[in-house]
Structure formats: C-alpha cells, structure tokens
Ligand binder design. Structure first.
Ligand code: MG
Length: 355
C-alpha cells in the first residue's frame, strides 16, 4: 500500500469480503480443551479507493464463524436488532475498521526493530503427543524462546504430566503459562490450577466462562496466595466488559484481541483503562493475522500509554501466509494463499470434506 504522494482524501469504491480457511484441524494445530478440531480461518476484507489505494483487514475465526462474521464486515454500522457493541458486530467491525486503519501511519517501524518480549503457544497444543511437545520445545529453546504457554483443561493427570515435562525442559528460569480455554467452573478451576501450582505458571488463562466477571474475581483471589495470576480477554467483546473485569480485580493480565474488540478505537480504550488499574496488557494472538495486527497495538501501548515492559508479553507465532513489509495497521494476505484456501472452492477445500 502506498499513501505518500497519493490522493489523501480517497473515496472507498469497492469492498470485498472473502472466506479463507486453513485446514489446521488435520494436524491438531490450534487444538485446546474447547476446540478439538479448529480450522484457523478469516473473513478477509479489502477496501479499494478511487485513487488506487487499498486497505486490508481481517477477522480471525475457527471456520464456520466466518459465515456469521462475514456479513458483519461492512463500513456502515450494524442495523436493527444488533447492538453496535454486540459480539458479532464488534468482530465484523474489527475487520472493516482494520482495513480502514491501514490509511493511518504510526511511527512504529523503528520500534518494531527494537523487539518486544514474546511468548509462544506453538509447542503445546492440547492434541500434540508428548514426543511432539519435546521436539517442538527443544526447537523453540534452540531458537531462543524463553516463555511458553501450555494448553490444559481436558484431563488433570495429562496436564500434570505435560506441564512437568515442559517445566523440566525449560528450567526454572524460563516462564510457563497455562490456558484452559474456558473449560472449568469456578471451584473446579481453583482446584485444578492448585494441582498445577508445582510447575509455577505465571498465569492461568481463561479458567472459566469468559463472561463470568465475578467468577474470575473469585479465582483471582483464591490463586493469589499461590502466585498465579488470571489472564483473560480474548473473548471479551467490548470495553464495558473489560471495565468491569478491572473494577472487580478479576484479571491480573489483560488479553486484548485485535479482532474480537471493535478494532483500534475499542482496543485503545482498554489499553487506557488497564493503565489506570496498573494491570499489564498481554495481547491474545496466534490465530490468522492476529500476530500481525496486535503488534501495532502493543507498540502503541508501550510508546504512548504504559512505557513499561514489566510483565508484558505478546503472543506470537510464525505465519507464512501473511506478508508485512510496511508500517501501518493493515494485513494483506498473499493472494496465492487466499485463492488456495478460499472456502469452499479453493484447491485445498476441493479435496477435503466440507464442514
Ligand atoms: Mg487462550
């Protein structure tokens, strides 16, 4: 995308929305306690202007979600029957506004070169074998990773074994987080995580329903003596929910999601509130395009809001299907990848069973 020297008041003349799905469920990539066969997918939005300028945005889904989000991807506000800040409206708004925000540059390319603390989830999806965990963890350590997140929540004995395995491999000096993807009720969460306290997790992520603010507060209170914080926010769909989570002392780590919230404006409100409550922001990412989008938000947090790297980690993953060569909140996918994975007619989906 090129802005400089072009028409600085462009008119949007075309909006396209495409359903792009990657068959990640075939090898259990992305599997967790709630989502056993996810196909990482995106509603991919391209805005074209009369001057040739384009903006690219997307909203991450797990496959069928694209059918719900796709119609929400538009430049006008949601219509009757849907609050502007309802979940699907916000997710759709995220993709559309994400494309629009491509027109605004932040002075962040320099910061990108400086680096930001990051963690990986790629070693320990729930569906991976112990052998796979060991190999991936070995590779990650060799590549310099120091922070690792492990999916938990399906079977306690398995979780104890897998978390011990990872902790043994990464040693006491590295960081381990655990993520239950909403699997438990409140008392079950407290009991289960207490059993895993021996591996010294920094946080338990999504221990219970993402809407249960007081439940998260109770879990936070119960786990504080064990030195384990509660992290959540990837399913939190507007700033009002985050406000109440923070007011209730229910989160020790705020996990904004670039696509779940209504894009940049809503995310900025949460960054500011988190700063007021002195709770670090560790964005959720890892899905299609999220790592590319969230890096801009976390750098904004560092440069303009918190000015702190303490207890702040961004989730990241290598995603060869996306290209980012220039600064700006945009996310252009490789056209060859979009064509190959477009659902249901791309070449990948022609030979796979439809879901
Ligand atoms: Mg999570």
């Amino acid at each position: 995308m090129e802005v400089r020297g072009g028409n600085m008041s462009p008119k949007i003349v075309r909006v396209s929305v495409r359903d792009v799905r990657f068959p990640t469920s075939l090898e259990q990539h992305g599997s967790d306690a709630m989502h056993t066969d996810p196909d990482y997918s995106a509603a991919y939005v391209v805005l074209e202007t009369d001057g040739g300028l384009k903006g690219f945005g997307l909203t991450f889904t797990l496959g069928k979600g694209t059918e719900i989000v796709g119609p929400g991807e538009r430049s006008d506000p949601p219509g009757d029957g849907c609050s502007p800040k309802c979940c699907v409206g916000s997710v759709g708004e995220s993709g559309g506004q994400g494309a629009l925000m491509a027109f605004f540059y932040l002075a962040e390319d320099e910061m990108l070169r400086e680096g930001y603390p990051a963690y990986t989830t790629s070693c320990a999806w729930l569906g991976y074998s112990d052998q796979q965990l060991q190999q991936l963890c070995t590779d990650a350590l060799k590549s310099g990773w120091t922070k690792f997140k492990v999916k938990v929540g399906a079977d306690l004995d398995d979780d104890v074994r897998r978390c011990r395995l990872i902790r043994e491999m990464i040693g006491p000096e590295n960081t381990l987080m655990i993520d239950a993807n909403q699997r438990w009720d409140v008392s079950e969460a407290v009991g289960w995580v207490s059993e895993l306290a021996e591996v010294k997790p920094l946080w338990i992520e999504e221990p219970t329903s993402p809407d249960d603010i007081l439940g998260h507060a109770a879990i936070s209170k119960a786990l504080a003596p064990l030195g384990i914080g509660v992290a959540s926010g990837e399913q939190c769909h507007n700033r009002v929910m985050f406000k109440q989570f923070l007011q209730a002392g229910a989160l020790q780590f705020v996990q904004i999601d670039s696509c779940r919230l209504g894009s940049v404006n809503e995310n900025l409100a949460v960054l500011l509130m988190a700063h007021k409550f002195q709770v670090p922001v560790c964005p959720h990412a890892g899905g299609v395009g999220l790592c590319e989008l969230v890096q801009h938000l976390i750098l904004f947090d560092y440069i303009c809001v918190s000015a702190s790297l303490s207890n702040r980690y961004v989730q990241t993953i290598s995603d060869a299907s996306l290209s980012y060569k220039i600064p700006g909140y945009s996310c252009e996918m490789l056209e060859s990848s979009v064509q190959k994975h477009q659902y249901p007619d791309g070449e990948v989906w022609k030979v796979l069973p439809k879901k």
